[in-house]
Design a protein around this ligand. Sequence first.
Ligand code: 15L
Length: 273
Amino acid sequence: MLKKPATPLQFNRILLTGAAGNLGQVLRPRLKAYCNVLRVSDQADIGAPGAGEEVMRVALEDADAVIALLQGVDAVVHMGGVSTEQPWEPILAGNIRGMINLYEAARKAGTKRIIFASSNHATGFYKQSETITPNAQPKPDGFYGLSKAFGENVAQMYWDRWGIETVSVRIGSSFPEPKDRRMLATWLSYDDLERLVMAGLTSPIVGHSVIYGMSDNQHTWWDNTPAKHIGYRPQDSSDVFRDAVEARQPTIDITDPAAIYQGGAFVKMAPHD
Ligand code: 15L
């Protein structure tokens, strides 16, 4: 966790969706330092509110409940919805209907800015041998990636039509440490995740901007140059884990699609099962 900011609080109420998820749990204690009230939400049980917290148990596909969820919210960190490859129905509910419900509710509530947890799987079918920027057109590697590409289009439309600002973060692999060779390129430390979310929330003007969520990894296939205006400076790097990862995974089958494409094993998952 980063040190509490010396600058005055900039937000009265921030909403964190998906608070029960892996990254929701990481961000919940961290975001509290930046606002007076942190409203946390999930369809799963997320326990009792802590100091300065409000808890609302809401399913994103429930449009009326999402309207209530956005009341009085200055900014949203949207981590909710499905975060892995799954059959279409849960993705339709959480990531398609849920995304529209969230932005409609934000429009009605006058919410100004949203950090949208998009995913690198929106562009998972680019090759690991090419470097792409956030301007790369989507090449989703499954229903999940497709839903994130849709989500980015929702964010773009609500900026163009309604002036709601969004930073769509194509999150790489945010875990305590990189688990395999691919993650040496895609890894995003938890502290850098916090830095990126806060840069997105506090940057003066973002319109709809897209950025890859990664640490300062020496080897990567993403170039965030077009997103410099967001002011995100990663401080961590997967390099310190390289020897351990390579010892665990000494060889790679270079004919395996998981080693060819940026989406890794996601490009081989069967979404229909
Ligand atoms: C994601 O979008 C997933 O939510 C996460 O579980 C990881 O698998 C990550 O992508 C990744 O690409 O490593």
